[in-house]
Ligand binder design. Structure first.
Ligand code: ATP
Ligand code: MG
Length: 355
């Protein structure tokens, strides 16, 4: 399970690579600017259809080339037969293929090849804005609840239409249809998020607490509108302010997960290293819940993650990674003996060449 094969052509500094991955721990070692993150990014693209790096995908086409190609072999989510997935980006367009056919949308890539990234920016999950925490939550809901994505799309569409009408100062009655959609799908999204959280929280809290030396951790989900009101009442009540700002204030697009450690807001109280360890343990817990709810493993991409952790925290974290049972690709500039001993496969990257 996971990604068994990967072939890359003309992606960033990698001109050509054909690799076979182990279903457990794969270690990727190379100097700065050798192409480690590019390799991780290529795998991430196969699973998400978009990059975690800023800028458009065209910029990832190797200098002087007409297109990049990334092809991988994973397994079909339900039948467990081998499933080829691929992406080709030219200067004109991005084409995805799943089993040789163009998928209806890029979300199909995620469905067929789930990947989770933990990189040097992972601490943003704790210290950054609410969007990163909503994305964290929605990754899980998307993968365990088939009704989530259709509802999410309808909700986004209603939200965009409503905001356009608000900005154009159109009459209230013109919005009624969109408001109805917003409420139906907004409530559905909220229900699905809460149901998923009920599954995630016991493991997530336990792992997070252990990662922070037994601290008491709390994660509280806020729907994105005042708790004492229904969504439809909340939307009605804020209409004047919505007109003023030209945007909709209430709804699951404004949800937040507040994280507290020993009763205090997490981001005010902990060090960067602790933020990383906490974020990492929440993301790992999510891969475990994914596995227990779907019976499948996801591919875990760890880029540069342990760089700011001391050796004890690194080792403890990697031990946890192994416990998740996820296929893992982990990059490092150099490697300690411990991880060399537990890695099933070792790749060296040098100036875009992977051996
Ligand atoms: N479109 C492109 N064409 C050719 N080279 C590119 C392109 N985009 C990025 N690069 C180069 O690819 C190289 C490798 O970048 P990458 O981020 O993968 O390195 P890395 O091994 O992760 O380095 P670090 O250890 O510093 O994180 C960089 O030198 C970068 O300039
Ligand atoms: Mg890198």
């Amino acid at each position: 399970m996971g990604l068994t094969r990967l072939s890359i052509r003309n992606f960033r500094c990698i001109s050509s690579a054909d690799l076979e991955f182990d279903p457990t721990l794969n270690l990727i070692i190379g100097k700065n600017a050798s192409g480690k993150t590019s390799l991780i990014e290529a795998v991430y693209l196969l699973g998400r259809g978009r990059s975690f790096r800023a800028g458009n995908l065209e910029a990832a086409i190797r200098t002087g080339s007409a297109e990049f190609q990334i092809h991988g072999l994973t397994t079909h989510p339900r039948s467990a037969i081998p499933l080829p997935v691929g992406l080709v980006q030219s200067h004109r367009q991005l084409l995805a293929k799943i089993a040789g056919m163009a998928p209806e949308n890029l979300a199909s890539l995620s469905e067929n090849f789930p990947v989770q990234l933990i990189d040097s920016q992972a601490h943003q999950l704790i210290g950054g804005g609410p969007r990163s925490r909503r994305q964290f939550l929605d990754w899980g809901v998307f993968h365990v609840e088939p009704a989530f994505f259709p509802s999410w799309r309808k909700y986004q569409r209603a939200l965009q239409q409503r905001n356009a009408l608000l900005r154009a100062k159109r009459a209230l009655k013109e919005m009624a249809g969109w408001d109805e959609e917003l409420v139906v799908h907004g409530n559905a999204l909220d229900r699905m998020r809460r149901a998923y959280l009920a599954n995630l929280l016991p493991t997530a809290l336990q792992w997070a607490s252990q990662a922070l030396g037994g601290a008491e951790i709390n994660l509280d989900y806020h729907s994105g509108w005042p708790e004492e009101l229904s969504l439809s009442t909340a939307i009605e009540k804020t209409i004047h302010r919505d007109y003023e700002s030209g945007s909709t204030r209430c709804g699951p697009h404004r949800a937040e997960i507040s994280i507290r450690i020993n009763g205090n807001a997490a981001r005010e109280r902990i060090s960067m290293g602790q933020e990383k360890v906490l974020a990492g343990s929440l993301l790992l817990a999510q891969t475990v819940i994914y596995r227990s709810l779907t019976g499948r493993v996801c591919t875990l991409l760890l880029d540069d993650f342990p760089s700011e952790l001391d050796s004890i925290h690194q080792q403890r974290f990697l031990q946890r990674v192994l416990e998740t049972g996820s296929q893992t690709l982990i990059t490092a500039i150099e490697s300690g003996q411990w991880i060399m001993d537990v890695a099933a496969k070792l790749f060296h990257v040098e100036q875009g060449k992977i051996t």
